[in-house]
Design a protein around this ligand. Sequence first.
Ligand code: IFM
Length: 441
Amino acid sequence: MNFKRADFPDGFLFGAATAAYQIEGHKFGGAGSTHWDTFAATPGNVIRAEDGAVACDHYHRYASDLDLLKDAGMDAYRFSTSWARVMPDGRTINAQGLDFYDRLTDAILERGLKPFQTLYHWELPSALADQGGWMNRDTVMRFGDYVDAITDKIGSRMASIATINEPWCVSYLSHFLGHHAPGLRDIRATARAMHHINLAHGVGMSRLRGKGIDNCGIVLNFEYAQPATDSPADIKAAATQDTLYNRWFIEAVTKGTYPAEALDGLAPHMPDAWQDDMAEISQPIDFLGVNYYTRNTIAADPDAAWPHQKSVAGPLEKTQMGWEIYPDGLHHFLTRAARDYVGDLPIYVTENGMAWDDKVENGAVYDPARTQFVSDHFLAAKRAIADGANVQGFFYWSLLDNYEWAFGYEKRFGMIHVDFETLQRTPKASYHALKSAIARD
Ligand code: IFM
């Protein structure tokens, strides 16, 4: 790594991130069916129809997984709590679920790690999906009840609580592009989900504030929109992509507005009286989480329906996901978030990382591409701090190889290799490199 702990401000947090369904093993502990279980069980949606039933079996192995985090010299752990584990039918509390998160919280704190919780990282209970999921406003109210239940159990021990992880994925990727559960391709469903997920953030914030929680915010994902050429049409197409991906959520949360360019296509499909929700959506937050991975090259596609654009292959080096490696994009979004949206508010890089086809050879995993990727992105964050962004921490995605949604277990993002037959963990070379970089002198 071309950086060290001392290159970052005092108190800067180095951590790693995971999410419940991707690691825990959803079949353990009385969790209820989620829309990901049924999406995965439907042919063609997920590679080999794999699901999160066992995943990394973190449910039973969390203590040794946290030891690995601690042994790397990390300061914080970003994890999520599963709605369907806490409330299997979306409404009724599962005591085993609450107890698991109680034990997990104790184990995080016992190791001197700061717990960064995310309340929704995509485990929508199937019983609520049956009633329209995020298309249905009532799901938002049920989410508020889940926030109450889990917060009463562990909220006072959290260093930070994020309401929603990546609302763009929850809504646009899942209801317009059809790549994630529930796998829809429908503009009315999309507009509703894009608004209701923002409202769920607002309602979540209201419930947290009602309990005196003062370290809460949201985690948004950003992707640099690169015009395919200098033509005005491609520049406009990239700007539209930027509006739908990068501006819709942050402008709602920080300004209480939706960008006009996005409403051009979505307004006719929005829920009635959506304007009345914008005050709750835009109440003050305590931090912003930024997830950043790549850039996307966008070309105009005038023959297609709105938004009249398509993604085309870019020239940069790519990860196992086929995602271009573009560290300048992280600097762009951190400085842009500070300048245009959150000012001096703390910003955390809540996810950044890369997938690679890692193999264990002679008991070790050699992953120099990941070490380079991490190093370059940390340096981009360091430049953003020098340029005025109040970045207070950086979480590598992910601690462990895990369930990569529609890609099943094929794409490996972890700093720790997981053999999905034996569930054996093997820290990769990048884990050791990060450990050396962040060691305290
Ligand atoms: O694995 C996902 C995670 O669940 C959300 N952010 C992006 C990661 C990599 O695709």
